[in-house]
Design a protein around this ligand. Structure first.
Ligand code: CA
Ligand code: CA
Ligand code: CA
Ligand code: CA
Length: 360
């Protein structure tokens, strides 16, 4: 504990740490069933009482959603739509009859072929996903997707999904899960200039992070203005693609490490360099450093990374200090898969180390 506090204190100064750090994965998932560019984006579901029983969700954009145990073996697949991105929120308020639980754990995934948001309920007892409902969007396809559930403000505890398509259109939907169905309402629509995909919402800071793949990393206010779906949405550019900025395009996934007291990190996948860039979660999102994932004797290196996810929550014996998950675009002799890196090995690759401290 002392060393973590020291790491956190020293981590407030002396960034960025200039060179790209190398870390290694300790788990890789079963390859997806389809060849070529098929795996895309992961999410993490944390088991409420036994963190070692947590699940990794991954998308196969040619087939659907795939679920893995923490050791990487596949435990479920749902051939539903051509799912590109997936995200999870847990203990979501649910409008349910008295006999049913008042909160449920949910995964939402975006279908490219049907332009729909597909919502699944995750049962903590069986660790199985089942379909709750779908919402057809006004987009050409659901390309990028993330969930947002603010912890404060006028929409506290409400659940939203952000979705985007390749034209740059972005829609924000209010999702109201019932015990056996889903209601969905469009609350905001705006656009960016070029093709976006990766998005992640900071529930505490009420910020939406969004990447235009060849342009840069943006932040937007995540709360809609009540009653005005066409409002102006002020944007702040955090970093740009080279040569103006430090990012080698495409920018793909975005993930948020929730650390102590609203601090932490925003991590992006810079596909063209097969590396991951880290920015501070707080303040003006200053650049912190970058890392890549090298080969071990049993697990190949990560190249051309697509979607990513990170958690500061313990995931039991394999990942007691949380984990970082990424799609791997090139797996020799096999279909694409996902690689899992202990968060502490990323944190300790930096000098001074990054913080290792769950949000709660
Ligand atoms: Ca995701
Ligand atoms: Ca993309
Ligand atoms: Ca690889
Ligand atoms: Ca992608």
């Amino acid at each position: 504990m002392v060393c973590h506090l020291l790491a956190f204190a020293s981590g407030l100064f002396a960034f960025p740490d200039a060179d790209t750090k190398e870390v290694t994965a300790v788990v890789q998932t079963t390859p997806v069933a389809n060849a070529g560019d098929a795996a895309d984006d992961p999410a993490i579901w944390v088991h409420p009482t036994d963190p070692g029983q947590s699940l990794i969700l991954g998308t196969n954009k040619k087939a659907g959603l795939v679920v893995y145990a923490l050791d990487g073996h596949q435990v479920q697949s749902l051939a539903d739509a051509k799912i590109n991105n997936v995200d999870v929120r847990q203990t979501v308020a649910c409008n349910a009859p008295a006999a049913k639980p008042a909160t449920i754990d949910l995964a939402a995934a975006g279908g490219r072929d049907d332009a729909s948001i597909h919502v699944y309920r995750i049962d903590p007892k069986s660790r199985k996903l089942s379909k709750l409902g779908s919402a057809k969007t006004g987009l050409a396809e659901c390309y990028g997707l993330c969930l947002y559930r603010p912890t404060s403000g006028p929409f506290a505890a409400k659940l939203f999904a952000f979705v985007n398509d390749k034209s740059g259109a972005i829609e924000q939907w209010l999702l109201e899960p019932r015990a056996d169905s889903l209601a969905a309402t469009l609350v905001r629509r705006w656009a960016v200039a070029t093709q976006p995909e990766g998005m992640a919402a900071d529930d505490d800071a009420r910020i939406l992070y969004l990447a235009e793949e060849r342009r840069g990393l943006w932040r937007f206010p995540a709360d809609p203005a009540e009653g005005d779906p066409k409002q102006d949405v002020p944007a702040t550019l955090i970093d740009e693609t080279a040569p103006k900025g430090r990012i080698t395009p495409d920018i793909e996934g975005i993930a948020i490490y929730r650390g102590k007291k609203d601090t932490g990190y925003i991590i992006i996948s810079a596909q063209g360099a097969s590396e991951f860039l880290i920015y501070r979660r707080e303040s003006k999102n200053q650049f912190v450093g970058s890392f890549s994932i090298a080969a071990t004797p049993t697990i190949d290196a990560v190249q051309q990374s697509d979607g990513i996810e990170v958690t500061s929550s313990s995931l039991g014996a394999l990942f007691p200090f949380g984990a970082f998950i990424t799609q791997d675009g090139v797996v020799p002799g096999k279909n694409q898969n996902f690689k899992v890196v202990p968060w502490d090995s990323i944190a300790n690759a930096f000098n001074p180390p990054l913080q290792i401290s769950p949000a709660r």
